[in-house]
Design a protein around this ligand. Sequence first.
Ligand code: SF4
Length: 285
Amino acid sequence: MSDPAAALALASSGLRFAPEDNPFRTVIADVTHRCNMVCRNCYIPNRDVPDLDADWLIALIARFPRRIRLRFVGAEPTMRRDLPDLIARVRDTGHLPVLLTNALKLADRRYVARLKASGLRTVHVSFDGGLDDDLYEAVDDLRCATKKLAALDNMCAENLFVTAGMILVRGVNDGHLPVFMDHLRSRPQVREIHLRSVGQIGRFMETDPFRLDELIRLAETALDRPRDSWQRVERGRSHLDFFVDGVKFQLTEWPDLGSEERGRITPEGFVEPFFEHVMANENRY
Ligand code: SF4
């Protein structure tokens, strides 16, 4: 975080919950800090943290007072060989497992089928370059369009629910948004599309991040729909959720402080607001 005083204030905000008191509907578990990519925008570039212990995680989430969406994040969760087993164990606790991934490994249809057989139904995938290898190289430092799009095909073929995410970098990939939106909206399995600005934390491109009002205008253009035609619009301090043609969109200006939506499991065994915890622990956890 660029402002140490703000980070300190967040770190000492006292907003932490024992598992029994967890108020969040979505809880994020950083299951590994290993990754097979080196993206130019990565809020969590620290690779020195050991993998989360599976037994510890399962025991902790079993204490939650109500059913939640347990989002596996990393760095890259598919680096863990035991990911299918972890998914099945989360299902056994009654919670809903969700995978957040760069999807390189999901280019293998057999792997996608295995994840589904373990109990996975929802996958969030980053598509920072959309359909274009040059854009992936510019944003993620890897020409990976073929693998990402093969992964999308595989997830659709396995009838998984897909959330497509894109970090928008001013003057780099924002112009590609209309073409990519058309591609995504032709896939009924794509249920959600998340667009967010670059987070100036961890490793990031020196750019002027989009503000929420700019993200709204970009979405209006990309969808060719004015905002007043969007449905079920909900505005938070730094995000806007809405539906168009049954697809949920989420626009987020990083960081979405004050959000009551997402919590993060901390190494000490508590749950804290996601963005606040990430910022207060920059480059550590
Ligand atoms: S953004 Fe995700 S996929 Fe890219 S380097 Fe970071 S953890 Fe890996």
